[in-house]
Design a protein. Structure first.
Length: 334
């Protein structure tokens, strides 16, 4: 299959599969783990990707190469897709302009819904973000739930809120069911971004800053996210709604540092510093915003989704950090 070409993909022997599922962002951190789980459960999966991956060796998996989710997907001709799980997005990149977020996150949703209508998909599940609600520390450390008024404070959060509104409007117009999930920071094997950098810093014995604060932050194990996604697929009572999702127990930055260092078998070096002094120090490299994250709380009430799915997250923070560090060690060739 080639980019910029008309793509025809028909799934044969469809009855031997539970559902046929299209996943955007299939080659990303979440997409890779989700697809492995789905094909292990006898779902047939098609991944929309920008580069081919090794997953296409599975008879339960096919790939469609695309240039950009923000561009029209009208050249893709597939059939017999029951569910679309939309993961593709630009996340936290302070070098991006709002137009970049609009193109990928907002236009991407429009294109996905149009594709869903074209192929008669029954359900679209979209991964949004708790960033839609806000940053917690700007709102007196409130505990977020589904009734909390959205107050996004950055381009990413604003684009995700706009994406949610478009998804709801367009799905209703095209008679497609939808589910929106707003997770906090997702962690686990294969994680990228700030958590990957954190593991690298601790692995290199770089001292970590400790700010005098009793803050805790909700996080979400990738395996708990995948558990919930699988349950949503098979639970129509959850459809046409939005849910905040997280692990049960928020964690402190110090707890995160300690768990990573323990699993790396490294001594943790720390130093205490004034919050505002550290922000000034990190300002020239564009990282001062991270200090608000490690010094303030962001707490999610996950009651609604647990009740709807009759489920509780099964993977503990300690176990998922162990998985995360193990994956980091394996990838770094140690």
């Amino acid at each position: 299959m080639y980019k910029n070409s008309i793509i025809f993909l028909r799934i044969y022997n469809v009855n031997k599969y539970k559902y046929n599922i299209l996943v955007t962002g299939a080659s990303g951190f979440i997409g890779k783990s989700l697809i492995k789980k789905l094909i292990s459960m006898n779902y047939y999966v098609i991944g929309l990707v920008r580069e081919k991956s090794v997953l296409n060796r599975s008879p339960f998996y096919s790939e469609v190469l695309i240039d950009d989710i923000g561009k029209s997907l009208s050249n893709i001709n597939i059939s017999q897709i029951d569910i679309i799980i939309h993961l593709a997005a630009i996340t936290h990149d302070h070098n991006k302009k709002y137009e970049d977020y609009l193109n990928t996150n907002v236009n991407g949703v429009t294109n996905v819904v149009n594709l869903g209508a074209k192929i008669s998909a029954k359900l679209i599940i979209m991964l949004s973000s708790i960033k839609v609600n806000g940053e917690g520390f700007y709102q007196n450390n409130i505990k977020y739930n589904e009734k909390s008024i959205p107050q996004p404070s950055d381009f990413y959060g604003k684009s995700k809120l706009e994406s949610e509104n478009i998804l709801i409007e367009q799905c209703k117009k095209n008679n497609i069911s939808y589910v929106i999930l707003r997770p906090p920071l997702i962690y686990g094997d294969g994680v990228k971004g700030n958590l990957l950098n954190l593991m690298k810093y601790i692995d290199r014995n770089i001292p970590m800053p400790i700010i005098k604060s009793k803050n805790i932050r909700s996080m979400l194990s990738i395996n708990n996210l995948i558990e919930a996604l699988v349950k949503i697929i098979n639970n129509k009572n959850t459809h046409n709604d939005m849910y905040l999702i997280s692990d049960n127990i928020p964690v402190s930055p110090k707890n995160l540092y300690n768990n990573i260092s323990k699993n790396l078998n490294k001594k943790l070096y720390t130093f205490t510093i004034n919050k505002y002094l550290l922000k000034i120090f990190l300002w020239p490299i564009g990282k001062s915003y991270l200090i608000d994250k490690i010094s303030s709380s962001l707490i999610i009430d996950n009651t609604k989704i647990k009740k709807a799915l009759k489920w509780t997250p099964s993977v503990s923070f300690d176990q998922e950090v162990k998985n995360m560090v193990k994956g980091y060690i394996k990838k770094s060739g140690k």
